[in-house]
Design a protein around this ligand. Structure first.
Ligand code: HEM
Length: 504
């Protein structure tokens, strides 16, 4: 009897996989891609720590559009600037959905704007409200400037206290970045030792870990029943959910009464308060639900912490490998800012710092494959049909490392954004258009300006206050992207230790 049952299960499974295989051929047979094995597809061929390297090697071979099969889940990758632009920008609405995997459903509890499709009016609302909270114009500029200056004191003090000992700056940068995002979202400067700071950090870390290609998250998406058999990703996402509930309760019981009573609005409002004020004025149908409000806050925090942290962490390491570029930047900081605090107005007279920040985002490409989108209608890219509900990704790494366009993409060379007089190239120059670390089109990063401005101020303050030097006892890892690894959703260079020597 047992053998009959087992045999029936095996046959049913085989039929299931064969039908799936036939469906894939029917839907995606016209799109090229690497040959994989029956049923498992290409999953065994992908470098788990550097998936973008494998994907990009294939991309060079298969051209603008290719398919990859992960255990029966097909993902289309756009490998050239033209196909990426069509996916994200010109046909951004057709491809403006998000994937609906088990993991992302768990992470988002089906709420928040990162989860919603572009057609959803609540997506538009929550994004617009986020913009008005982290806006980079008018009073919004002063708000970013004020908080970035205030928070920079945290890392300045921490590095000073190291007394010239070599340290790994990662956790200091991370905590400062998280602290500032919390200020922008909840209006509170959190004590780094507090339980709530720990919870927000845990949500970020665990969510990020759940997307690690080397772990068992993909199995959870494809076979959700594995959660009953000890799936590790499921366990950590449950813990992240508990932390989300804690953040939600903290916000309701501790922050809302404070906001209602005494929150200082002179610099503009934190994101949560912007949504609450909006809700209090609009009709019930137009309100942002509480679930979406909390989800959007947590997602903005998640999206803004890792990307900014890894960019700054990568920049410090890269400069030590390119000391002449570091020297050039410090000279500009010295000449334009001197010892006063930098302001955002300084950006216009600091073309080299701006070039450095764009170059590190191109060179480091922290989100090499962006965030997965989903086709919300039947559409096409460069004439190739893409059926509705297809998952699709932009290969930002390959766009940023296109040899034909950049010439020497593996070299860190901020000068590529400058003319022969050292001034920024005009805004319509092709080199700017090909630098798209924040994506493009309707789903472009919602915190782009905020991220750029904060990175500008922190880079200036860091190199104005410190000589950052290598320590012979701690040899530096290489800084090139081929030596970085995907840490969840973003790239992270190998750990290193450096000395922060305060300037006189
Ligand atoms: C160096 C810093 C950053 C980089 C490189 C970066 C990059 C990106 C990229 C590539 C996307 C995906 C766009 C797409 O789906 O096509 C994205 C989305 C997003 N980013 Fe950023 N980001 C950065 C900082 C931030 C910050 C500081 C915030 C928060 C204020 C933020 C909030 C978001 C949000 C909310 C989304 C999702 C938008 C949506 O789904 O509609 N990001 N980011």
């Amino acid at each position: 009897m047992f053998l009959v049952l087992l045999g029936t299960c095996v046959v049913l499974l085989l039929v299931h996989f064969i039908l799936k295989e036939l469906r894939i051929r029917q839907k995606y047979g016209h799109i090229p891609g690497p040959k994989g094995l029956p049923f498992i597809g290409n999953v065994h061929q992908i470098n788990r720590l550097q998936p973008w390297v494998t994907v990009s090697d294939w991309g060079k071979q298969y051209g603008p559009l290719m398919k990859i099969n992960f255990l029966g889940q097909v993902v289309i990758i756009c490998n050239t600037f033209d196909s990426v632009r069509e996916m994200l920008d010109t046909k951004g609405k057709d491809f403006g959905g998000r994937e609906r995997g088990f993991r992302s459903t768990m992470v988002t509890k089906s709420s928040g704007f990162m989860r919603m499709d572009v057609q959803n009016p609540e997506w538009r609302r929550t994004r617009r409200l986020l913009h008005s909270s982290v806006k980079a114009f008018g009073p919004g500029l002063s708000r970013i400037e004020h908080y970035a200056q205030q928070m920079s004191e945290e890392f300045v003090q921490t590095f000073k206290m190291c007394n010239g000992e070599a340290v790994d700056p990662l956790s200091t940068i991370y905590d400062t970045t998280l602290g500032m995002i919390s200020l922008m979202i909840y209006g509170q400067k959190l004590d780094q030792k507090s339980e709530i700071f720990h919870s927000i950090k845990a949500i970020t870390d665990l969510t990020n870990e759940s997307f690690h290609v080397g772990k068992d998250g993909m199995q959870l998406d494809l076979f959700p029943w594995t959660r009953f058999f000890g799936n590790h990703t499921y366990k950590i996402l449950k813990i992240a959910q508990d932390h989300s509930t804690k953040v939600q309760n903290w916000y309701k019981t501790k922050i809302v009464p404070l906001e209602d009573a005494e929150l200082d609005d002179s610099l503009g409002k934190p994101y949560m308060k912007v949504i609450r004020d909006y809700n209090s004025k609009c009709s019930p149908e137009e309100r942002v639900s509480e679930k979406n409000m909390m989800g959007s806050g947590i997602q903005a925090s998640f999206a803004g912490v890792l990307t900014t942290t890894t960019t700054l962490y990568q920049l410090i390491l890269t400069f030590l490998h390119y000391p002449d570029k570091q020297k050039k930047m410090m000279k500009e900081i010295d000449e334009v800012i001197g010892t006063r605090l930098p302001t955002l107005n300084d950006r216009t007279s600091m073309p080299y710092v701006n070039a450095v920040l764009n170059e590190i985002m191109r060179y480091g490409s922290v989100g090499p494959l962006g965030i997965t989108h989903r086709a919300v209608v039947d559409s096409d890219i460069l004439g190739t049909k893409i059926p509705k509900d297809t998952q699709i990704m932009p290969n930002l790494y390959l766009v940023h490392h296109d040899k034909e366009f950049f010439g020497d993409p593996e070299v860190f060379r901020p000068e590529r954004y400058l003319d022969k007089n050292g001034e920024s190239l005009p805004a319509d120059d092709a080199v700017w258009k090909h630098t798209i670390p924040f994506g493009m089109g309707p789903r472009i990063c919602a915190g782009m300006m905020f991220a750029q401005y904060r990175l500008f101020l922190w880079t200036c303050i860091l190199y104005q206050r410190f000589d950052i030097v290598a320590d012979p006892n701690h040899p530096l890892p290489p800084c090139d992207i081929k030596n970085t690894e995907l840490n969840g959703l973003s790239l992270m260079c190998k750990p290193y230790k450096v000395k922060f020597l305060p300037k006189a």
